[in-house]
Design a binder for this molecule. Structure first.
Ligand SMILES: [Zn+2]
Length: 389
């Protein structure tokens, strides 16, 4: 028999659930009771506590069929803020976001002339201090989230050896920032950070189980959400969709395997294959534009859908997810790619006769904003890791 949870933990769980429902939308107490199955009295007790703590506020009235006007509840956007540091290949985005994931201020630091990671850290520190001073009291800062291309050691706070990020390889970014700031500081892989934004504020809000795949000019990144949590594996290296092999006899990949999806479906691989025959084609956008009057380019998009589709079907058959969300340069005018992909996945997945897997395009390229890094901290708040609710 399952051991009953003690009352304190149950109360914490209920508070966490309620906060997660209120997060990002406005809802009445009655709707909260319906959604959670808790009594109106329990809801009132928990909500009153959250209001007294200043986390939740009453935001107005709502007309209902019976003519009563229950007050709606929403997050107090001034309750706390998170800082984000998004380290990119030749620049860095430093920003402050509120609890609803809205960017309050963001600064782009040019790192194209950077000499080493220490110089980068110095610039980041100056920027963070300036943004805090101009916007918010330090007591309201929940923490700093750093994201960078992987691989990264999320538990040790060290950027490991991401290709093309030579200056940052081995940089203990969390320890360095801890010398300057007393807030909790975390490091995460950029694709995971972008997936967390999708989960909390984007199209992923609708799903408890989905995969976010970004195909950018720099490679293929991925984050997998299972039962509303990022799936990380043992040490945080899980979810490398781009290094799933789809060809036993394929090209050697830098990851040690052969025939990885990256070597077929990354924008870099596609550009390489077109180099001799079509030197004028420089980007995925060029391919999409040319596909409007040249069937050879329609074929390239269809082929891309098949390569990605093979991998996605494997993931779906393993984890039985509800949706795929695509982002990055590859979603430029994505109608053909998405239509082909949707068809491919729903013809081949093991659940094809039972249900449809949603294939969606991200609203925004979250990886290009500091909010993705800040969300790694906000996620810890809403999961109850950073605070006793
Ligand atoms: Zn590989």
């Amino acid at each position: 028999m399952k051991k009953p949870k003690n009352a304190v933990y149950m109360k914490q769980d209920n508070r966490k659930n309620i906060l997660n429902i209120i997060h990002g939308k406005q809802i009445s107490r009655a709707d909260l009771a319906r959604k959670t199955g808790l009594t109106r009295a329990s809801i009132s007790g928990i909500v009153d506590d959250l209001i007294n703590q200043g986390i939740v506020i009453e935001t107005g009235v709502k007309e209902s069929a019976s003519g009563r006007k229950p007050v709606k509840l929403g997050m107090n956007i001034d309750y706390l803020y998170a800082l984000g540091v998004n380290i990119r290949y030749d620049h860095c985005l430093v920003g402050l976001s509120d609890i609803n994931g809205t960017v309050i201020e963001e600064e782009r630091l040019d790192f194209s002339e950077l000499k080493n990671s220490d110089e980068g850290i110095e610039k980041i520190v100056v920027s963070l201090k300036r943004i805090i001073a101009g916007n918010v009291r330090e007591q309201k800062v929940l923490g700093i989230g750093i994201s960078s291309p992987g691989p990264v050691d999320i538990y040790g706070g060290v950027i490991l050896n991401p290709p093309r990020l030579e200056l940052w390889q081995g940089a203990p970014v969390v320890a360095k920032l801890k010398q300057e700031f007393a807030f909790p500081i975390f490091l995460d892989r950029d694709a995971v950070a972008a997936t967390l934004v999708e989960k909390n504020y984007g199209k992923g809000r609708k799903y408890k189980n989905f995969i976010q795949i970004e195909i950018t000019n720099n490679g293929i990144g991925c984050g997998i959400v299972i039962d509303n949590k990022i799936y990380r594996g043992v040490d945080g290296f899980g979810g490398e969709f781009g290094h799933m092999s789809i060809d036993l006899n394929g090209k050697q990949c830098r990851c040690g395997n052969v025939g990885c999806i990256e070597s077929f479906a990354s924008i870099e691989a596609i550009m390489e294959s077109l180099e001799d025959a079509c030197p004028e084609v420089k980007s995925w956008q060029d391919i999409v534009i040319k596909s409007k009057d040249d069937d050879a380019f329609v074929d390239i998009i269809r082929r891309e859908a098949r390569y990605l589709g093979v991998g996605i079907v494997n993931v779906m058959n393993l984890f039985e997810l509800e949706a795929v969300i695509l982002s990055g340069e590859v979603v430029f005018e994505p109608y053909l790619l998405i239509t082909e992909l949707r068809q491919f996945i729903n013809q081949r997945s093991i659940t094809r006769t039972i249900k449809t897997i949603d294939v969606l395009v991200s609203e925004k390229d979250y990886n290009q904003h500091s909010v993705s890094s800040a969300t790694t901290v906000l996620e810890k708040f809403f999961s109850g890791e950073l605070m006793d609710f």
